[in-house]
Design a binder for this molecule. Structure first.
Ligand SMILES: NC(=O)c1ccc[n+]([C@@H]2O[C@H](COP(=O)([O-])OP(=O)(O)OC[C@H]3O[C@@H](n4cnc5c(N)ncnc54)[C@H](OP(=O)(O)O)[C@@H]3O)[C@@H](O)[C@H]2O)c1
Length: 362
């Protein structure tokens, strides 16, 4: 296997930590002797062994003189685990190839430490893919006072998220819905607009193949705050963390009732303010699942970092509910062009993932 493909395999292995390692990054590693893979490893659990350490254990004596291909620069500090640099030096590896430098100032410096021990290090192979895989981790170092915000919508071919009567179940097929449950597991929060919370009675829970280490906080953006006690979100607010972000300023008996039901209420002045409040609660990544007016308002405010678009082969027509509304946009000349991160079929549907900007300058 060549180095490019070995990094591809390491990226694939890193996904095994999805939902289990955040706020740590996903990391995968492959140990090569010549062109043969002798061991693999990945960061499987928060606080558990790092990918390189797991791969070295699996390689045993075969690590001596080997090339270690890893998706993130090996860490150079004692945290819950010992520094990977020291494990690589002790194992006598011959060379390290890392996709991306570690942006965490506490853990970085791994490449320099390895080189000082005589181990050549190359950083940058498939860097953009590695950074996109850990977009919320990279966002933490961006200095923005808000979570990494990803928008996810399932739309018709003509970009409608519901039919003329507001029905959206189900625009997409089973594979896409399974994908969404997998996706939710990797986010610290899952959000909807007030209207979607009311009409869909969404439970916003994770019911897929991955059980997340942190149960995602459910978030409702609402201005008028008409959330009845019978809604699933309100009924289960004592068991599953649920936050209401509202722009209501005066006294409100309705808000007091919601708080009694276990909903944490934040009175905020704007969407950006609401996102900052979520950051303060430890919600470092947020998956916004619609509807169209909330999506448009977030785009208009420049608060979306990534868009997961699931497009389904169905037409809903002019009377359907638009996927995005309230987003003024610009001329084509001035319009932002986002970068494609992923494009693949999900059964009969198609997934497109785009990022507003690369995680770090190339
Ligand atoms: N296919 C999909 O992926 C998908 C996903 C979600 C929803 N849907 C469908 O979409 C429909 C709902 O979409 P929608 O566009 O009508 O409503 P929406 O975006 O879910 O909700 C809009 C509401 O968000 C709240 N909000 C808070 N801050 C806001 C701001 N700055 N700007 C705009 N809204 C803000 C307000 O809630 P208050 O009214 O409480 O003040 C507003 O009424 C439903 O039919 C649902 O089934 C489809």
């Amino acid at each position: 296997m060549n180095h490019f493909d070995a990094m591809g395999r390491a990226l694939e292995l890193a996904w095994k930590g999805w939902g289990r390692v955040a706020p740590n990054p996903l990391v995968g590693a492959v140990v090569l002797q010549g062109n043969s893979v002798v061991a693999e490893g990945w960061h499987a659990e928060f606080g558990g062994p790092h990918a390189e350490a797991a791969a070295l254990v699996s390689a045993g004596p075969a690590a001596r003189g080997a090339t270690v291909v890893v998706t993130l620069e090996p860490c150079n500090h004692q945290g819950q685990q010992p520094p990977c640099t020291e494990a690589l030096i002790a194992a006598g590896v011959g060379r390290v190839i890392a996709a991306a430098p570690d942006p965490n100032p506490v853990a970085s410096g791994g490449a320099a430490r390895l080189e000082s021990a005589g181990i050549p290090v190359e950083v940058g192979l498939r860097r953009a893919e590695a950074e996109a895989q850990n977009a919320s981790f990279w966002h933490r170092w961006s200095g923005k006072p808000r979570p990494f915000v990803a928008l996810k919508l399932a739309t018709s071919l003509d970009a409608r998220i519901a039919d003329h009567s507001g029905h959206s179940r189900w625009i997409s097929g089973e594979e896409a819905r399974d994908y969404v449950h997998w996706l939710r597991a990797g986010f610290a929060g899952i959000a909807v607009g007030g209207h979607t919370a009311r009409v869909d009675n969404a439970s916003l829970t994770v019911r897929g193949s991955v059980t997340p280490r942190r149960v995602p906080t459910r978030v409702v953006f609402s201005r008028h705050v008409e959330l009845t006690p019978g809604l699933d979100l309100v009924r289960t607010a004592r068991e599953i963390p649920t936050v209401l972000l509202t722009e209501v300023t005066g006294p409100s008996a309705h808000l007091a009732d919601l708080e009694d039901a276990g909903v944490r209420v934040h009175r905020v002045a704007s969407l950006a303010d609401g996102l900052a409040a979520l950051s303060m609660e430890g919600v470092d990544s947020l998956l916004v699942e619609g509807g169209g007016r909330l999506a448009g308002a977030l785009l208009e405010a420049g608060l979306v970092d990534r868009y997961y678009w699931i497009q389904s082969p169905v037409w809903l027509g002019d009377k359907g509910i638009p996927a995005i509304s309230g987003f003024a946009g610009t001329s084509l000349v001035e319009a932002e062009r986002w970068s494609v991160v992923e494009r693949r079929p999900l059964g009969q549907d198609t997934l497109l993932v785009v990022d507003r900007e690369p995680c770090s300058p190339a």
